[in-house]
Design a binder for this molecule. Sequence first.
Ligand SMILES: NC(=O)c1ccc[n+]([C@@H]2O[C@H](COP(=O)([O-])OP(=O)(O)OC[C@H]3O[C@@H](n4cnc5c(N)ncnc54)[C@H](OP(=O)(O)O)[C@@H]3O)[C@@H](O)[C@H]2O)c1
Length: 175
Amino acid sequence: MVDNPFSLQGKTILVTGASSGIGRAISIACSRMGAKVVLTGRNKERLNSIFDSLSGNGCQMLVADLTSDEDVRALVGQLPLLDGVVYCAGIGQRLPCKMVMSQDVDEVMNINFKSNVLLQAALLKAKKIQKSSSIVFIASRAASSPSIGNAIYSASKGALISYARCLALELAPRL
Ligand SMILES: NC(=O)c1ccc[n+]([C@@H]2O[C@H](COP(=O)([O-])OP(=O)(O)OC[C@H]3O[C@@H](n4cnc5c(N)ncnc54)[C@H](OP(=O)(O)O)[C@@H]3O)[C@@H](O)[C@H]2O)c1
């Protein structure tokens, strides 16, 4: 019998932003490929309905606002050992550069950039990520493709890409 290269049998994968859109689709696809998926998002009702559509056994859902230190601590404490993380939580924003205020920068950067960086640090400190795990950040072509009104969103994704490159370098010896 030929091994299925797409099988995620026996793998446990955390998906942030799992309550909607791309994160929802990734969660369902990973569960169909055999993974135990841990869904996280803020909206419990939507997480519940996605949880019900997952395949297989052993999936979990954990409600958390990833911009809250307290929620992140609780989330990390409840997580099993992971073989993969998909960082999908994020928000968009359309605002001309002239109109940008401090809270607009914070709102986008906090979830699109800072929350990923801090969750990843917490997972590493808590030894929740197995060696040779896969860590995926959902960035955007907006990082390198400018469009009007998209400056802060684009910058948040550019920052995420730069961070991911440094993280990869730091974690490479663990493979
Ligand atoms: N859609 C696109 O065309 C596109 C293109 C390129 C990149 N992306 C990126 O792909 C990712 C998903 O996009 P999408 O279109 O699928 O978005 P979406 O449907 O709006 O889903 C966003 C997800 O992020 C979660 N989220 C937002 N703020 C959060 C917070 N503070 N704490 C925890 N979770 C939070 C939401 O959870 P709750 O609603 O439960 O809070 C939701 O599950 C984003 O990072 C986005 O930038 C999207």
